[in-house]
Write a protein that binds this ligand. Structure first.
Ligand code: G3P
Ligand code: CA
Length: 257
C-alpha cells in the first residue's frame, strides 16, 4: 500500500523562524528564539544593529519605540540604556522582563543548537557594523569554511559585498523587496558573484523567479509567511526555505517512505 503523505511531508524545506517564533513570542527576544528551537526550526532569523557605544544588539526597528517600553533611536542609546528596557510586555504580560538581546548573547546561547540567519539591519546607519559582526563570529569560531549554520543577509547589498570579503567562507544572502519583481538573469548572475541566497518578499515569487534563481546557482528563502496557505503556496513554487513567524506551518524534516 502507498501511504498518502501531504505535500509538506514530501518536500525537504528549510524552516526559518522569523525574528524567532515571533507569532508566539515577542520578536527578537531570547524567548522567541528559544521557542523557534523548541518548534524545530532549522534557523532563527535575527536583526542586528549597533548602539551609540558600538555594541551589537538584536532588534528590528531603527527605534526602540514599537517593541520596548522606551523611546528613541537604537543608535542614540547606549547598551546600558537599551538593556534597561522591557522588550516583552508589548506582546503579552507573560513576557514582561524580556530584554533586547546582544548579538554575543544570541551566539553564545544558540551556537550549535540552531542555524542563525543574521540580517544586517540598516547597516548604512552603523559604520563598521560588518567588521563587528565578522569579529564576533570569528571570535566564536563560527566563520569556518562550510559552516552552513550561519548565513548573513541584508537589503543593503553593498554591505553584503563587504561582509563577504570579511567572511569569505560564510554564506551570504541578498534581501529584495517588491521592486525586484522583474529581476533579470544578468542581475541574478551579479548577485551570485557574492551571494548564495536570493531572499525576496514572497509577493514576487513565481515559478519563473524560482527557476531563474536556481539557474544562477543560488537558493531562495522568501519572507514572511504568516499563514498555512502562504506556506503551502511557497511549497508549490519549489522554494528552498520559508521565513515564517509560525514554524509549525513548515515541516523541515519530511517523512520518508
Ligand atoms: O528575513 C527576511 C525578513 O526578516 C526581512 O524583513 O522587515 O522582517 O526584517 P524584515
Ligand atoms: Ca529581518
Amino acid at each position: 500500500t502507498v501511504k498518502m503523505v501531504s505535500k509538506q511531508e514530501q518536500q525537504e524545506m528549510v524552516n526559518i523562524a522569523h525574528r524567532g517564533a515571533s507569532g508566539h513570542a515577542p520578536e527578537n527576544t531570547m524567548g522567541a528564539f528559544q521557542k523557534g528551537v523548541e518548534m524545530k526550526a532549522d534557523y532563527i532569523e535575527i536583526d542586528v544593529q549597533m548602539t551609540k557605544d558600538g555594541e551589537l544588539v538584536v532588534i528590528h526597528d531603527t527605534t526602540v519605540d514599537r517593541t520596548t517600553n522606551g523611546t528613541g533611536k537604537v543608535g542614540d542609546l547606549t547598551l546600558k540604556e537599551i538593556r534597561q528596557l522591557d522588550a516583552g510586555s508589548w506582546f503579552s504580560e507573560a513576557f514582561t522582563g524580556e530584554s533586547v538581546p546582544t548579538f554575543e548573547e544570541v551566539l553564545a546561547e544558540f551556537q550549535g543548537k540552531v542555524g542563525i540567519l543574521v540580517e544586517l539591519k540598516a547597516p548604512e546607519l552603523y559604520t563598521g557594523v560588518e567588521e563587528k559582526v565578522a569579529d564576533a563570529l570569528i571570535e566564536k569560531n563560527m566563520s569556518a569554511p562550510n559552516n552552513n549554520k550561519i548565513i548573513i543577509q541584508s537589503f543593503n547589498h553593498e554591505s553584503i559585498k563587504k561582509s563577504k570579503e570579511l567572511l569569505p567562507n560564510l554564506s551570504h544572502g541578498v534581501l529584495t523587496g517588491g521592486s525586484w519583481a522583474n529581476v533579470t538573469e544578468e542581475q541574478l548572475a551579479q548577485f551570485a558573484s557574492y551571494a548564495d541566497y536570493f531572499n525576496p518578499t514572497m509577493k514576487i515569487v513565481t515559478d519563473e523567479l524560482v527557476s531563474n534563481v536556481h539557474e544562477a546557482g543560488m537558493d531562495i528563502y522568501p519572507y514572511t509567511s504568516r499563514s498555512q496557505e502562504q506556506a503551502l503556496r511557497l511549497f508549490d513554487l519549489n522554494v528552498d526555505g520559508i521565513i515564517t513567524d509560525y514554524p509549525e506551518h513548515v515541516y523541515s524534516h519530511p517523512v520518508k517512505n
